[in-house]
Design a protein around this ligand. Structure first.
Ligand SMILES: [Zn+2]
Length: 235
């Protein structure tokens, strides 16, 4: 995004014209592995954020012409704000990262461990529409192993941010590599983007696959073993 200017460390979008904004969304371009956050991202409490978002979303609804005195609509700004802060985007706040205590690899298991069909419920950061699908994770343990459900929890945490699929895949990989103390990790994400199926090109059938790996998985023997296991699991 060459036209972005930084003021006090914040990226200001006003220098990008509307065509460029559309192009970035369609290309699903992402600028870094880290989710771009403001320096003051967590200065406010969740309750303050809910209050402010409730106000702003009510304004959006009014702008669309909706009558907020209607019983069915009056609670929507609050429900929307609470859903954003506490559910859909809880994974923005590092304080919400699940605890991933590891255990000593006492049984000396040194082969591949695969956790597959982990649910992905995420949101596209370009259109704020759902990304739904699943993740498959494999690793070859060194000294540490992790409780299986912790992998699911980590995937859930990184999914619950405004995301691009490539970054989601990479964030899961990097965290697991750090947590497990090994580069020998592979992550595959298959997901459907509602911004592709419900707007724009409106393709209902296509889905996107991303693969990130490190260490031994650079060797096609390990990679193909993993891909073979997840192919069977998909049947
Ligand atoms: Zn999108």
């Amino acid at each position: 995004m060459k036209n972005v200017v930084k003021i006090n460390g914040y990226r200001i979008m006003s220098t990008i014209n509307k065509e460029e904004i559309e192009a970035i969304g369609d290309a699903h371009a992402s600028s870094a592995t880290e989710t771009p956050l403001r320096a003051d991202a967590f200065d406010k409490s969740d309750d303050e954020k809910i209050k402010n978002i409730q106000h702003h979303f009510a304004e959006i609804m009014k702008e669309l012409g909706l009558d907020l005195t209607d019983d069915s609509l009056s609670g929507t700004p609050y429900r929307f704000a609470k859903m954003y802060v506490k559910e859909l985007f809880y994974g923005l706040n590092p304080a919400n990262r699940p605890r991933t205590s590891t255990f000593e690899n006492k049984y000396g298991y040194q082969k591949m461990l695969v956790e597959q069909n982990i649910n992905i419920d995420s949101s596209c950061e370009h259109h704020f529409l759902p990304i739904v699908g699943n993740a498959h994770v494999g690793y070859i343990p060194k000294d540490k192993v992790i409780g299986l459900s912790k992998i699911n929890r980590l995937v859930d945490y990184y999914s619950h941010r405004p995301q691009v699929q490539e970054r989601l895949c990479l964030q899961i990989l990097k965290d697991l590599q750090k947590t497990l103390g090994t580069d020998d990790v592979i992550v595959v994400v298959n997901a459907k983007h509602l911004c592709v199926s419900s707007r724009g090109i409106k393709d209902k059938n296509s889905f996107t696959t991303t693969i990130e790996f490190g260490g031994k998985f650079a060797d096609p023997i390990y990679r193909n073993e993993f891909l073979g296991i997840i192919a069977k699991g998909d049947n």
